[in-house]
Design a protein around this ligand. Sequence first.
Ligand code: CA
Length: 549
Amino acid sequence: MENGKQSKLVSTTFTTVLPAPDQLTVDSVDTTSAAVSWSQPPGLDQTQHHYQISYQCPGTEPHIATTSSHSITLSDLQCGTQFSVTVCTVLENGKQSQLVSTTLTTILPAPDQLTVDSVDTTSAAVSWNQPPGLNQTQHHYQISYQCPGTKPHITTTSSPSITLSDLQGGTQYSVAVCTVLENGKQSKLVSTTLTTVLPAPDQLTVDSVDTTSAAVSWSQPPGLDQSQHHYQISYQWPGTEPHITTTSSHSISLSDLQRGTQYSITVCTVLEDGKKSQLVSTTLTTVHFQWWRRPSRVAAVCVLLAVIIGLWDSYATAERDQLQNSLNTRTTERDQLQNSLNTRTTERDQLQNSLNTRTTERDQLQNSLNTRTTERDQLQNSLNTRATEVDKLKKSLNTTTMERDQLQKEIERLNWENKRSCPEGWRRFGCSCYYLSTEKKSWEKSRQDCLERGADLVIINSEEEQTFINGFKSVSYAWIGLTDSVTKGPWKWVDGTPLTTARYWRIGHPLGSTLHYCAFIHHMSSGHGQWWSFDCSSSEHWICEKVFS
Ligand code: CA
């Protein structure tokens, strides 16, 4: 109440939600272990708590672990198996949050240490170790083997070794093995290569022997049914180089053998790529006729030998001469080639010298060109400088000319004031001097010229003066000091006096227009001359008048 009195209290309770772990992540997975982690959920900073982790694979009881950290490594897992993992937050009083969960699958390990134990012509034995973590898991192995250009053979075994048979001899096979679980899940492959032994020919037999020939044969060895191959036969008697021949059949006749001589014979299998098998060998001895029982044949043989030796000697002599001739020819050719080579070498050296000379000349010309270019640039700069100077001098000359004209006018003015006589080029009439211009200018500029000369445009005060002015016969028209341009309407003289006598205007003048006009005198051969009103900007001669005061 307002006076502070309070009623009984009514009360209730509520409990905030216990937050579940945040961001449950599988950090790594191995064959038998896995690491998972999570973040501390918000709102638990000041609350004692830990986490409970439960993990299981299908068909087994869950494993439960607790930790106060934010990660755990699960070990002793079955490999190649999917596990579900759940984590919840647990308070000291046992209260548990909701579960967060994830799944992970352990890696199925590949067979270990794949080894080729033995290799034969048509078979090979390979073995491997059972990978760790598979002790309690039903599994077998799948073996795939193939030689280049054929389809792979695939077989399976539950033991960690296998003998591959019916292989081609002398052939490289690639062998790959992987672990397979009952559910068909396969591990990564481990692989190796092996090369079967190329089989040597089988059952080498001497079939017959004569005085100068023999026949030997053998069998095709197993494992070569589908391989292109042939055989290489080598036979020799002691102290000589071996004779080598090849055949694709399984027998050969050796001829041109020495009588009564023991030969060693070897045969090997040869593949198309040149690969050779081990050698099999045998010996045979050619038949020696039994000369001590046939003296007549001995005598015949002796005669025959004598004939052969004689023939041989002449044959050898002829062959030696041919060889000597051939040698001489080759020597001559060699000397000619040597001479040719020497000539070419000399030519090459001369060309090299010529090239060097030309290169030097080119460099000198280049230097000369560079020097000339520099000189040209300097002259160009100098020319530019001179042109600038000329411009300056022209401006200076203009200024000086204007100053000279001004001074000339100043001298004229001073002469008047001092000597009170008309300067040279001026004419005297009454108390005034008159100047007729040689140039043509507008009325304003004409008047300016007169003012600079200490005079003004002529003011005609009397008929005598008008007659005198009309006597300036050298020009037809000349500005006089009369204008309506100061105030449109009344014509006035330049000293401000109004025009009172207008009897010298040409008929129709002054022109009646809103434009301003100035007057010039038109020289007439008789009479007094006429005044014209005219556009003041027109360029005309003018007449100055200086009145002595
Ligand atoms: Ca006058």
